[in-house]
Design a protein around this ligand. Structure first.
Ligand code: SF4
Length: 362
């Protein structure tokens, strides 16, 4: 038993329950009283945070909570999962849906921003609510219709759109569904002849790695080519449990990539980012994107300026191999999409000038 839980309601949990994703999910910490029962004196002042919860709910798996550093309000994992009063500050330029996703939904909760792919928000629920989430606008409103009828409308649109060759299951976290429901979703999209690729976006390897079971992998294997994108933001999230989860997916023939978000106080230093990237490389997870934090209402305190990200990437480029370097991008509204953020340092400019002959022949 993790010492954090010695005085908590979890003190008697068996190792078997702890490893069971359903137990973890059912025992998520969703109230300030529940959090206080575990963190005790280390708890941020409850009364201050109540209004935050009424705007943006909280849910933390016992597993993820067990990873935080007690007594350190600046712990990068604490910052990602425990509500912060700054979430309800009104900041200029921040809006609920800065990417205008809601305008690109030809069917309920199906986003079609790019010609060749569509993103299906199959649930609004997550195992742990990340305080920096760019879809936190969904958390408060429950689903209004059953999964089957929502899915039917999405599938109909994709079936009528031959240009869509890839469907991304997203949310929320699609892996909150049990294997049977998840298979129903995958099978429905896989049955459309022009859908060639399926992708799952899930933070489970970082926040609830027990969700990646042998049965799940056996089922997912049937829907290859299937790509899996996850989100590790800090090296402390790369635990042996997380490594095992990613390894199981890889052994099932499912490539796992990572999309981090650049977050103030979490990973906005080149030393932390380097440990994260090397840690991912060691578990064979490809660092894919580093997203500049979007101007989302409730997330403003996580945002860094662009120059911080550019300076960090420049430092890392000098130190890390290309295989471990993600592309630093800003996701912009509408069709503008993901724009690479690049800076030409003085050294890079000099090198371009020095090797002009590499470029001038065409
Ligand atoms: S898991 Fe993804 S969708 Fe869910 S809260 Fe975290 S970032 Fe948002």
């Amino acid at each position: 038993m993790n010492k954090k839980f010695l005085h908590s309601p979890f003190q008697t949990v068996s190792a078997r329950d702890w490893r069971d994703w359903r137990w973890q999910f059912q025992n998520r910490i969703t109230s300030m009283a529940g959090l206080a029962g575990i963190l005790g004196k280390q708890m941020p002042r409850t009364e201050k945070l109540r209004p935050v919860l009424s705007s943006y709910p909280m849910a933390i798996t016992p597993y993820y909570l067990s990873l935080i550093q007690e007594g350190d309000e600046n712990d990068p994992l604490t910052i990602q999962c425990i509500p912060d009063i700054r979430e309800i500050s009104v900041l200029p330029n921040c809006s609920e849906d800065p990417l205008n996703e809601d305008r690109y939904m030809p069917a309920p909760k199906l986003i079609h921003r790019y010609p060749d792919r569509a993103l299906a928000i199959v649930t609004k629920t997550c195992a742990t609510y990340c305080r920096h989430c760019n879809r936190k606008r969904f958390w408060k409103t429950p689903e209004t219709s059953p999964l089957k009828s929502r899915l039917a409308k999405m599938v109909r649109y994709v079936a009528d759109s031959p240009e869509i060759r890839e469907v991304i299951l997203s949310g929320g976290d699609p892996l909150i569904y049990d294997d049977e429901k998840l298979e129903m979703i995958l099978a429905a999209f896989a049955a459309i002849p022009h859908v060639e690729i399926l992708r799952i976006g899930s933070r489970m390897p970082a926040v609830l790695p027990m969700r990646i079971t042998k049965d799940l992998c056996r089922m997912l294997k049937r829907y290859r080519p299937l790509w899996f994108n996850t989100q590790f933001n800090h090296p402390s999230e790369i635990t042996s449990n997380a490594a095992r989860a990613c390894n199981m997916l890889q052994e099932a023939g499912i490539p796992v990539s990572n999309q981090s978000v650049l977050l103030k106080g979490v990973n906005d230093s080149s030393a932390v980012m380097e440990r994260l990237l090397y840690g991912l490389q060691k578990i064979s997870v490809r660092p894919y994107y580093l997203f500049h934090c979007e101007p989302v209402k409730g997330c403003g305190h996580f945002r860094t300026d662009r120059s911080t990200g550019l300076a960090m990437i420049e430092t890392l480029r000098g130190r890390c191999s290309g295989l471990s370097l993600p592309q630093y991008v800003a996701d912009l509204p509408g069709e503008a999409g993901k724009v690479p953020l690049l800076a030409l340092s003085e050294t890079m400019k000099k090198n371009f000038d020095k090797h002009q002959d590499f470029f001038d022949f065409f």
